[in-house]
Design a protein around this ligand. Structure first.
Ligand SMILES: [Zn+2]
Ligand SMILES: [Zn+2]
Length: 444
């Protein structure tokens, strides 16, 4: 026995919901004009993205449109269905990641009916969801789906109904009014049309078709999106190019966030999308004065972590006065370089048996610090090691230490990568700045 959604548009017009938009949408839906109805809803959601009534109206309209698509002169479009504004109300199958809008979300709590031919079942404890295809791959036409224990590890719940929204995570919850530009490039020699660019942008950024003037389409060349490193280079080149043309305000890279949209997501080619925030909402960081004490604390914590294996020569010298003095000088230079480049500055040096690199990252929040390393942190780090470990003379190999100070609107943070010269001593990586793929690559 499961629950069936109550269909707000197939009944008499609801008495209590008397707002103009509800009336307007009701009338449009009655006439099967779902596209226009969705345009109205999305236009309002853009300015009020958390409005529950608007989200409910969207679910009801999309569900209605799905069931009468053939007869409708104006079905809801793919672009509307995929809108990032609707990401919080998407239900996603935990098995195959198929997405849909479940009308169970707008169910009245006291209505219980038998649900014929349910589209999916969901765990009522952890919201693990399986669609019909994943539940019964061999017998799709069966009307009833058997309830079963939740397959999520450690969860004792049951897969049953209602099936509520799980949300879609791969979108940027940014306020559209803080965006300066959205740059869209497509893999290959032919630039995308504005319709193609809008399909990418509206799926991942909560904007609507009316926001098309924010979008800039840039050409790419074949192969530039084959790996993250070339993609990072392409992103930097595009942003710096637009900045020199005067399309973007100075220091645009510092305010940029790039996203690699893989071809299979849209059934199209690979895309690069860069969202550039407006100047006034960007970080205006100043030189952090507490770096020496941050270094001190961080070193102590790292020593504590490796103490089980016993610190060797490299680790015991890490907190020395010389190390702090040299690093502070390098960080000061890195800070000025970061101000000039609008994001990341690095300065290198050496003392005793250490090769030292100091990087200063200026960013809005710690989360996005990783994006500042265009080709990824690991590649950046390996590049530094390569440059610093050039065999100039017959010196013994040096330990490599990379200090990364991130200055964000929310505070200052320090990360470190330490690779001792002797293989017997443990190494440590700036974990926070690495993606899971990079961690795997580094054998972590
Ligand atoms: Zn599925
Ligand atoms: Zn569960």
């Amino acid at each position: 026995m499961v629950v069936i959604p109550v269909w707000p548009f197939k009944r008499k017009k609801p008495q209590q919901a008397a707002s103009t938009l509800v009336d307007q949408v009701y009338e449009l839906v009655e006439n099967n004009r779902y596209r226009t109805a969705m345009d109205e809803i999305l236009r309002r959601l853009r300015h009020d993205p958390k409005n529950g009534q608007l989200l409910n109206l969207a679910v009801a309209t999309l569900d209605s449109s799905r069931t009468s698509t053939i007869s409708s002169p104006e079905p809801a479009t793919r672009l509307q269905r995929a809108s990032a504004l609707l990401a919080p109300i998407v239900t996603e199958c935990s098995g195959c990641h198929d997405e849909w809008y479940s009308s169970h979300n707008i169910l009245h709590p006291h209505v219980t009916l038998i649900l014929m031919s349910p589209r999916a079942l969901q765990c009522q404890v952890c919201r693990y969801t399986l669609c019909r295809d994943c539940l019964r791959p061999a017998q799709r036409d069966l009307v009833e789906l058997p309830e079963r224990p939740c397959p999520a590890r450690g969860c004792g719940g049951m897969l049953t109904a209602p099936v509520l929204a799980t949300g879609r995570r791969n979108f940027s919850p940014i306020d559209p009014d803080t965006i300066e530009r959205i740059i869209v490039a497509r893999d290959g020699p032919i630039p995308p049309s504005m319709d193609d660019a809008l399909a990418v942008a509206t799926r991942f950024v909560p904007i609507i078709a009316d926001d098309a003037p924010l979008i800039r389409i840039r050409p790419s060349s074949p192969g530039m999106m084959n790996d993250e490193r070339s993609l990072g280079r392409l992103a930097v080149a595009i942003v710096q190019g637009l900045e020199s043309e005067g399309v973007l305000a100075p220091g645009a890279w510092e305010r940029s966030r790039s996203m690699h949209v893989l071809g299979h997501t849209l059934g199209d080619a690979d895309y690069l999308m860069i969202v550039v925030r407006k100047l006034e909402s960007a970080a205006k960081p100043a030189w952090p004065h507490d770096v020496a004490s941050l270094m001190h604390d961080h070193t102590r914590r790292m020593l504590h972590q490796i103490s089980t294996k016993g610190p060797g020569e490299c680790w015991s010298g890490l907190g020395s006065r010389t190390m702090v003095t040299v690093t502070m000088q390098l960080l000061d230079q890195a800070y000025h370089a970061a101000r000039r480049s609008g994001g990341v500055g690095t300065s290198t040096g050496a003392t005793g048996n250490y090769a030292i690199a100091a990087t200063l990252v200026l960013t809005s929040d710690f989360e996005s610090a990783r994006d500042r390393f265009a080709g990824g942190y690991l590649a950046y780090c390996l590049d530094l090691i390569g440059r610093l470990q050039q065999p100039v003379d017959k010196q013994p190999p040096r330990a490599f230490v990379h200090w990364i100070v991130t200055v964000a609107n929310t505070g200052t943070k320090i990360d470190t990568t330490v690779i001792p010269a002797a293989g017997s001593e443990p190494a440590m990586f700036a974990w926070d700045l690495m993606t899971s793929a990079e961690r795997q690559q580094a054998g972590l």
